[in-house]
Design a protein around this ligand. Structure first.
Ligand SMILES: [Cu+2]
Length: 495
């Protein structure tokens, strides 16, 4: 039977519980306390109770793992196990993770710390733990079969090394990776600098999250693990909009956001209203002379980027992946483009065949946000989220940076929607609309093209049969000028 009690070291209200579930007392005696977390809310930063001081990070919709100090060594206990993750209110997923969550808890240490991590396997198959980006002894690198035997179900392995360089790192299995990462097994690792470092600024807010992706059929709970590219839920820390918390900061704060990518594609991450610099990667701090301003930075597979900026524009600023299908939630995407097609005459005919047939997307897909459509159970709307001026029409990898003058230092709570000063919002024009004049130009260039049908079968490209340099387009649509190539479908076996 599982017993849970409040873990006192973190203070009240953080919802962190201690789970002493399946591991026996005898086995636990030598292990650090097993701390587990079952709330998907962003937890308050963990102020270091001992060891070298540092300014802690805030893990978006996540938490930091407490440790125990034993003879000067920081000891952590990670348990790989199946978890139930709420990806957004109204949708839960059967994932695999660590200590009750996917992603696992963030590990925070200080440069020079000796670290010992106990990794217990409660999965139905082997696993291992790779410490992405770390300098460490080869035998601690966690590649099953290459640097160590795999960790069998029920077994615990111990990893120990010194956190040699400051930076943003991650951890994930290096055994059956395709299954285990598709199921959500990953976490962040932050090594803080031990002394002032010319390349590492002090910041007022330090956020972190991982990019991950799942393929969960509408109406189901468990990711398809054989998917290689066609994922349908694009998430930050296994959460999708509107389930991703906002990043709440004080006007004038220096803000750092650390992002790691463990999906199978790249993500151009874009911030509105501010320019930022990439100040570090999983390779370490970027020298100041090598930084340049950006508003979007592409994060490739297996990369980490830390961006920094001064939040000096008050407001609610969108912060999202710029691939527009990554700011949508799951649905069948095999929908033909129907923009501009008046389907009204078709509907009555189709309804004779399909009684519930519904017109979709004839003026774009935005109208689907407000559509009262029956969704399968455990399925999120594709685009949703109510803002102060209507539907935000987003899903997936989308959140909001909230910059407020009166947000107190250390206060990460949601300040609500921004109140724009009077006269600073885009407004409707209600005057007369003139018909805009059209350009009379016929254009100055044209592509060389085949001249006539009578030469079409010769495949000739001689000068006589082309129209290079021709600028008179008057006959461009003459039927004899249009060359059609039709490829007939082959029956199977016919080539
Ligand atoms: Cu993306």
């Amino acid at each position: 039977m599982t017993t849970r009690r409040q873990f006192m070291g973190l203070g009240a209200g953080l919802g962190v519980t201690l789970a002493g579930a399946a591991v026996s007392k005898a086995a636990l005696a030598g292990l650090p306390e097993l701390v587990s977390q079952d709330s998907p809310n962003t937890q308050a930063p963990l102020m270091p109770p001992n060891g070298r001081p540092y300014n802690p990070v805030v893990t978006l919709n996540g938490w930091t793992l407490p440790w125990r100090m034993k003879n000067g060594v920081k000891e952590f206990h990670l348990v790989a196990e199946p978890v139930l993750r709420e990806m957004a209110p109204g949708m839960k997923a059967n994932l695999w993770g660590y200590n009750g969550q996917s992603p696992g808890p963030t590990i925070e240490v200080v440069e020079g710390d000796r670290v010992r991590i106990f990794v217990t396997n409660r999965l139905p198959e082997i696993t291992s733990m790779h410490w992405h980006g770390q300098r460490l002894p080869n035998g601690m690198d966690g590649v099953a079969g290459l640097t160590q035997p795999a960790i069998d179900p029920g077994k615990t392995f111990v990893y120990e090394f010194v956190a040699r360089r400051p930076g943003t790192f991650m951890y994930h299995p290096h055994a059956d990776e395709m299954t285990q990462m598709a199921m959500g097994m990953m976490g962040l690792w932050i090594t803080h600098p031990k002394a002032p470092n010319a390349q590492i600024e002090d910041v007022d807010r330090d956020f972190c999250f991982l990019l991950n992706a799942y393929d969960i059929d509408p109406g189901s709970y468990t990711p398809r693990i054989m998917t290689m590219l066609d994922f349908n839920l694009w998430s930050w820390n296994s959460r999708v909009f509107p389930g991703i918390d906002s990043l709440n900061v004080r006007l004038g704060d220096r803000v750092r956001i650390r992002v790691g990518n463990l999906t199978m594609t790249n993500h151009p991450i874009h911030l509105h209203g501010h320019e930022f610099e990439v100040t570090g990667t999983d390779g370490g701090p970027v020298p100041k002379s090598a930084r340049w301003p950006e508003v979007t930075t592409d994060i490739a597979v297996g990369q980490m980027r830390q961006i920094e900026f001064i939040a000096n524009e008050a407001g609610d600023w969108a912060f999202h992946c710029h691939k527009s299908h990554h700011t949508m939630n799951a649905m069948g995407h095999n929908v033909p483009t129907m923009i501009g097609v008046d389907q009204s005459k078709l509907v009555s005919k189709i309804r004779k065949l399909v009684p519930d047939y519904m017109v979709m997307g004839d003026v774009g897909m935005g109208d689907m946000t407000d559509m009262q459509m029956d969704l399968p159970e455990n399925t999120l709307p594709m685009m949703t989220g109510d803002g102060p001026f209507g539907s935000v029409q987003m899903g997936g990898m989308f959140s909001v940076l909230k910059v407020r003058k009166h947000q107190k230092p250390g206060d990460y709570s949601d300040p609500g929607w921004y109140k724009q000063p009077a006269g600073t919002q885009a407004y409707e024009y209600t005057g007369k609309l003139e018909t805009p004049p059209r350009s009379k130009s016929a254009g100055g260039q044209s592509m060389p093209r085949k001249r006539s049908a009578k030469n079409a079968d010769s495949q000739s490209t001689s000068a006589a049969n082309t129209t290079i340099g021709k600028t008179d387009n008057a006959d461009a649509t003459a039927p004899s000028e249009i060359e059609l190539r039709v490829r007939k479908p082959h029956a199977h076996g016919e080539h």
